[in-house]
Design a protein around this ligand. Structure first.
Ligand code: DOR
Ligand code: ZN
Length: 333
């Protein structure tokens, strides 16, 4: 049977939630990955070192005996000053900026009025070498939000050339082009945006399980994402944006988020194999992230074997992407 060994796969954008949901999803990420950047959009968001340490402890305890490193982030606030950030640096890998109200639990984010007035915090982050992760969407028309935010990315990138800026979960050709224009811009790409377009979400029967922010875009956008990911380009890395919501909330209320953590590696290997790009997979799922974030992950080999894997209909009460479908690769535990 064909096998592939993935060295220390990393998920550079992950939602683990808290309480019962954390107990369900944390072990699933830990089975596939050596580490993950943990998003801070809890209710209330993680904005203090104390809350961050306690959240990390809850994650570690939910993970159990599996080797897995939670790479913590703070929820961006414009009043973080240099001294606070200097202390925080020991505990965090990055700070995540959300425009206010743009996605799940982002109400405490930055308003569009304040978006261009963040200089002091950005200067401190540049000096302390703390990367800035950004949910890059404006409050405009849903299909144009990411493209409109490119103007803000350009301002951030040119005014703060020493700040590492990570354009999270990019979905458009325009973002891929922008990424290449500024040395200090990097990006994460999700699994679902490499697989789907808006047609899969709303072109036939509405599929709430594929509804997410930013919404999946046009075929040419997906092509641009595939091209940059499959080529192993050093500026992009895998970030699942795996975002679990209970099934009833997805189906009754349309919460945004695709749950991919337990099926992501299997589906990524399938995709890279399909496009004859397996030689670049390790860059996309580990090496590029190590360079961008300047860190060494824990050593952990994940073995994938080429045999059919029937994706479960749910994990707890969360429906994964590809539920009840077969993938061509499975993880050998
Ligand atoms: O679809 C999304 N879900 N996008 C986000 O940015 C947040 C996430 C969530 O936390 O549910
Ligand atoms: Zn996210």
């Amino acid at each position: 049977m064909k096998k592939i060994v993935l060295k220390s796969p990393l998920d550079m954008h992950l939602h683990l939630r808290d309480n019962e949901m954390l107990e369900v999803v944390a072990p699933l990420s830990a089975k596939s990955f050596a580490g993950a950047i943990i998003m801070p959009n809890l209710v209330p968001p993680i904005t203090s070192i104390k809350d961050l340490i306690e959240y990390k402890e809850r994650i570690t305890s939910a993970v159990g005996s599996e080797k897995f490193e939670p790479l913590m982030t703070l929820f961006f606030k414009s009043d973080y000053n240099y001294n606070f950030l200097k202390d925080a640096k020991r505990y965090i890998k990055a700070i995540k900026l959300y425009p206010s109200g743009i996605t799940t639990n982002s109400e405490d984010g930055v308003s569009s009025m304040d978006m261009e007035d963040l200089g002091e915090t950005f200067e401190a982050m540049s000096e302390l070498e703390i990367p800035l992760c950004v949910h890059g969407e404006s409050d405009g028309f849903v299909m144009d939000r990411e493209a409109e935010f490119c103007l803000i990315y350009e301002k951030f990138a040119s005014k703060f050339p020493k700040l590492k800026i990570i354009m999270e979960h990019i979905t458009t050709k325009k973002s891929v082009e922008l990424l290449k224009k500024y040395e200090n811009l990097y990006a994460t790409i999700t699994l679902h945006h490499l697989y789907i377009t808006l047609d899969d979400v709303a072109g036939g029967m509405l599929n709430p399980h594929l509804f997410c922010k930013p919404i999946a875009k046009r075929p040419e956008d997906k092509e641009a994402l595939l091209e940059v990911a499959l080529s192993g380009n050093e500026k992009v890395m895998f970030g699942s944006d795996s975002a679990p919501h209970p099934q009833y909330q997805k189906e009754c209320c349309g919460c945004a988020g695709v749950f991919t953590a337990p099926i992501a590696l299997q589906a990524l290997v399938q995709l890279f194999e399909k496009y004859n790009s397996l030689e670049n997979l390790e860059k996309f799922i580990s090496i590029n992230a190590q360079k961008i974030y300047a860190f060494k992950p824990i050593e952990k080999d994940i073995v994938l074997v080429k045999r059919n894997f029937l994706v479960p209909s749910s994990y707890g009460d969360v429906v994964p992407m590809f539920a009840n479908e077969e993938l061509e690769w499975d993880i050998e535990y």
